[in-house]
Design a protein. Structure first.
Length: 383
């Protein structure tokens, strides 16, 4: 089996040291096993980002590290643990709280990849003499047209390039994604083949530092959230909400609004008034937009290589199918994007990630943070 990733390797496998970022999950465990079987000098490294006991007095990171130890001892490879708790709190968790307090719904995974995994963790691996850092992300990097590109994983249901759009080309040269070309089902088969301690472990879901706990209870420990009113676009009060920070555009579940007729959906938020705007129907015109603007742009390559207007594909949330669009312009660091089809539930401060096809591969170009949406179809109908 090939890793499908090490396209700039100059040493033999035996001379090449790869540190595997091991989380205690099945994906990173299989990464270590695959690389070891291919003859690389493999070292397991556990990254401790969060330090807090759950309601049973158990520290989750200790449990995860125990699984890392079991896997590494099975594979007969050395293992270490590094502590980035302070860096994570300062550069990821603090941002997470600030965004929620401002009324947005942040995605800490994107910031964790940029600030922790592929910054301080990658730097630590290189400082320790590694040639590459390997992770269990479902994505790939390949040389296309003479450049190392970030490519979608081959399993469309698991591709994680959406969370990695802030990756820079120079970092890709030092990173390996050993399972990016595999479907998740094959990764599970390999975990059984190598008889790894994590072979039956469930996939982690949700935000890592919250885990299985109640989200509202967790958030209320850190920021002050005030109850308020649900209002329609016409200003009619239809109920009470528990705090605007808990709701996001397009949300249906958990509103606590009933009555006859179609289900209620969040169509807007007014954080100044602490009002969450709702309307009935998943196809309400207030949920649909034709264009948006985005800032904090991050390209894997250099933005000056873009020939605008650029037709490409994009997604405005992780599970969304790629959408045809055009980057019309970039002025003062703000990109103007127009979609071929209306987009549902455009949420401010969520990421938009851009893709194009090169040599038959789906290449991630980079992305940006949504800063403004165009007029909704509801607003357009009122003009």
């Amino acid at each position: 089996m090939s890793t499908g990733n090490i396209s700039n390797q100059t040493k033999s496998n035996e001379e090449t040291t790869i540190i595997v970022g091991m989380s205690g999950g099945v994906d990173s465990s299989v990464c270590a096993a695959v690389l070891k079987e291919q003859g690389y000098n493999v070292i397991g490294m556990f990254m401790k980002n969060w330090e807090e006991e759950d309601e049973n007095g158990v520290c989750q990171s200790s449990k995860e590290y125990a699984d890392v130890i079991a896997v590494c001892e099975k594979l007969d490879i050395p293992y270490y643990s590094v502590d980035f708790v302070k860096e994570y709190r300062d550069n990821v968790f603090k941002y997470f709280l600030e965004e929620y307090e401002a009324g947005f719904t942040p995605n800490p995974d994107i910031l964790c990849n940029r600030e922790i995994k592929f910054k301080v963790f990658l730097n630590k691996a290189l400082e320790l003499g590694a040639d590459y850092l390997a992770t269990g992300h479902y994505c790939q990097n390949k040389i296309i047209a003479g450049e190392n590109r970030l490519i979608k994983g081959n399993d469309p249901g698991k591709d994680q390039t959406y969370f990695l759009y802030t990756m820079k080309k120079e970092k890709l040269d030092h990173v390996v994604f050993p399972i990016g070309h595999l479907p998740k089902t094959e990764v599970r088969v390999l975990a059984e083949k190598y008889d790894l301690a994590t072979k039956h472990k469930k996939d982690s879901t949700g935000i890592c530092f919250i885990g299985e706990r109640n989200f509202k209870n967790f958030l209320s420990n850190y920021i002050q959230i005030k109850p308020g009113k649900f209002e329609t676009l016409e200003g009619e009060v239809v109920g009470d909400h528990t705090g605007s920070a808990y709701y996001t555009i397009g949300q249906r579940k958990g509103l606590g609004l009933g009555g006859p007729g179609a289900a209620w959906f969040v169509v807007g938020k007014d954080t100044q008034r602490n009002v969450v705007t709702v309307e009935r129907g998943e196809d309400h015109p207030a949920l649909f937009f034709d264009e948006l603007w985005a800032n904090e742009i991050s390209w894997v390559e250099n933005e000056f290589s873009l020939d605008l207007p650029l037709k490409c594909k994009a997604k405005i949330r992780y599970r969304q199918a790629d959408q045809d669009c055009t980057i019309l312009s970039i002025e003062d660091g703000v990109a103007h994007i127009q979609f071929d089809s209306p987009q549902r539930a455009v949420a401010l401060r969520q990421s938009i990630v851009f893709y194009t096809t090169m040599e038959g591969e789906e290449v991630c170009l980079g992305g940006a943070m949504i800063s403004r949406a165009g007029k909704s179809h509801y607003e357009q109908s009122k003009v």
